[in-house]
Design a protein around this ligand. Structure first.
Ligand code: NAD
Length: 360
């Protein structure tokens, strides 16, 4: 396994490997950038096929967090942890405590939180070993509802910009993945009068969404070709690729999944086909906004307002992309890089000044 010559290594500040023989812990913490503050990002537990796969995931995800924090106007940096193992089979409280000790040993350069394969209860266990954890049950808890709210606001912005509809009533949305975020997103969309097509590999989740939201069930492989106004990927990464993009029959793609574009060039390919893509890390920042404000003095209303601000951020990115005739993903990256280069000039974590900055 190589680190510095890995194609996913992008000048990460820190890559730390941790293991604990007694509990079977094998983990990687990647800190991409701390220009805006200490690195904050979830801990993913996944049964990776190889060490290389785990490293690539940690490198890619942590870099995404740097951009997500920057564009959301947060003064935190980008980091991510991966624990190698099957969350259902290999996770134990002892393993989580060993992970907590490892995070603690990094002295606050990385702050952990929930991600795929870890839960709020797991954060409580980790918190017995380190203060560098967010999203515990006594703190901000599960970030998924805030992520879903942010994605909903992003869909509203993209539909308004791309289709000219100020309301979602009657707008057709195809949702892939009905987990914590996808299901909550469906509720927002159904409340707004959207018409849903849904898929999940969990047939029970599909049945529930059909019963609760009147959603039209679709087989997992058929979701890409489903005719709709919006495709909302809320399951896996890399779902926008050479095989799936030609199948799409939508005008907008906006969803929660991280790293939706298999490669950067797929952003340009969506543009070429006239499909408006909302960069994933812009749409799904609500959960990060939530955990970034965990702690004493947390103002839940302000967190909600800042998450709703994703609407304005998306509209500005889409407008700038149109004006520059550029891919939306490239424009979002550039705005995030400008803020990082400005080294946190937005200053205030919660006042929404970053929003004003983006408008300037
Ligand atoms: P989750 O594990 O609760 O839900 C994912 C759902 O996708 C599950 O129901 C699963 O069965 C389904 N799924 C898996 N493979 C599928 C396939 N091939 N086709 C259709 N469905 C499939 O995860 P979540 O917390 O809802 O997160 C969803 C996505 O959003 C993930 O990519 C995650 O990284 C991203 N995300 C989540 C948050 C958050 O706050 N939870 C924040 C930012 C980004």
């Amino acid at each position: 396994m190589t680190v510095f010559s890995s194609r996913d290594f992008k000048d990460h500040e820190l890559v730390a490997f941790g293991s604990d023989a007694a509990t079977g812990l094998k983990c990687i913490v990647a800190v991409h950038g701390t220009q805006l503050g200490p690195a904050l990002g979830g801990c993913r537990m996944w049964d990776y096929g190889s060490d290389d796969e785990a490293l690539a995931d940690a490198l890619r995800l942590s870099r995404g967090m740097t951009y997500k924090a920057a564009i959301a106007g947060l003064n935190v940096g980008g980091g991510k942890a991966v624990i190698m193992g099957d969350a259902g089979r290999d996770k134990s409280e002892d393993l989580l405590r060993a992970f907590g000790r490892f995070v603690d040993s990094l002295g606050g350069r990385y702050i952990t939180a929930e991600d795929v394969g870890t839960t709020v209860a797991d954060m409580d266990v980790i918190a017995t070993q380190t203060p560098f954890v967010r999203g515990t049950s006594e703190g901000s808890g599960n970030p998924s509802p805030m992520t879903a709210l942010g994605v909903y606001m992003a869909i509203r912005a993209a539909v308004e910009h791309g289709l000219g509809y100020a309301e979602l009533s009657g707008v057709r949305v195809a949702v892939q993945g009905l987990g914590s975020v996808g299901y909550a997103l469906c509720r927002h969309l159904a409340d707004a009068g959207a018409r849903l097509s849904v898929t999940d590999i969990d047939e029970g989740a599909v049945r529930r969404a059909a019963a609760e939201f009147g959603a039209h069930p679709v087989a997992p492989d058929d979701i890409y070709g489903t005719e709709a106004d919006v495709f909302a990927p809320c399951a896996l990464g890399a779902v926008l690729n050479d095989a799936t993009i030609p199948l799409l029959r939508v005008r907008v793609v906006t969803g929660a999944a991280n790293n939706q574009l298999a490669e950067g060039r797929h952003g340009a390919e969506l543009k070429r086909r006239g499909i408006l893509y909302t960069p994933d890390y812009v749409a799904n920042a609500g959960g990060l906004i939530d955990v970034a404000h965990d702690g004493p003095g947390r103002d839940a209303d302000a967190v909600r307002r800042m998450t709703e601000g994703i609407y304005g951020t998306v509209k500005r990115i889409l407008a700038r992309a149109e004006a520059e005739d550029a891919a939306t993903s490239a424009v979002a990256d550039r705005i995030a890089e400008e803020r990082i280069a400005g080294n946190g000039v937005a200053g205030n974590r919660i006042s929404g000044r970053a929003d004003a900055e983006l408008a300037a």
